[in-house]
Design a protein around this ligand. Structure first.
Ligand code: IMP
Ligand code: MG
Length: 179
């Protein structure tokens, strides 16, 4: 039997520095006023927790709410169904909304979330993701703020899991077989 080890892709220090740059970019793009940060659970919770503190250092005071989404069915963007498992408690009407999630891959779930919040009357709906995997996109969606453009590897840590494990790692890594 072979064990598994985790190869570090982005260290805690690298992520922290990037979060501060992202917060500054978010402020500079005019999201600072009347901002509602929407953390997408579960994977986005660690990134959101650090990003809101970086926003504080950038002089932005966001409100924060949480949303949980599940996407079913493979195939094209139109055939995939997205279900809201936990909805916002906040009225987004007229707000600057910034959706924050871990990874933008097919884009199916986040395209749905963006559309939903725009339909509810948000003034602006932006998207910040820690990692972008552009090669995997199915839905026509791009993030406004990207931490890192990720290699097409399965990654864990910093909120991201593999079979519910590894969310607690302070860095982002890739699981490899250790022979
Ligand atoms: P999509 O953009 O709708 O395909 O959804 C991407 C979601 O799939 C992310 O928010 C993660 O929850 C999950 N995911 C995609 N790639 C990875 C990975 O490499 N590690 C852990 N979760 C992943
Ligand atoms: Mg997710």
């Amino acid at each position: 039997m072979t064990g598994r080890r985790i190869e570090v892709l982005y260290t805690a220090e690298t992520i922290a520095a990037r979060n501060h740059d992202l917060a500054e970019a978010i402020r500079a793009a005019g999201y600072g006023e009347n901002l509602l940060v929407v953390a997408v659970l579960k994977g986005g919770f660690v990134f959101t927790a650090d990003l809101i503190r970086a926003l504080h250092h950038a002089g932005v005071s966001p409100e924060v709410d949480f949303m949980s989404l599940a996407s079913y069915g493979a195939g094209t963007a139109s055939s995939g169904t997205v279900k809201v498992l936990r909805d916002l408690e906040t009225d987004v009407t007229g707000r600057n909304v910034l959706i924050v999630d871990d990874i933008l891959e097919s884009g199916r779930t986040l395209a749905h979330a963006k559309r939903l919040l725009a339909e509810r009357g948000a003034a602006r709906v932006g998207l910040a993701v820690l990692l972008d995997k552009p090669g995997r996109r199915v839905a026509p969606i791009e993030a406004d703020f990207v931490g890192f453009t990720s290699p097409d590897l399965f990654v864990v840590g910093y909120g991201m899991d593999m079979g519910h494990a590894f969310r607690e790692l302070p860095y982002i890594g890739h699981v490899v077989d250790a022979d």
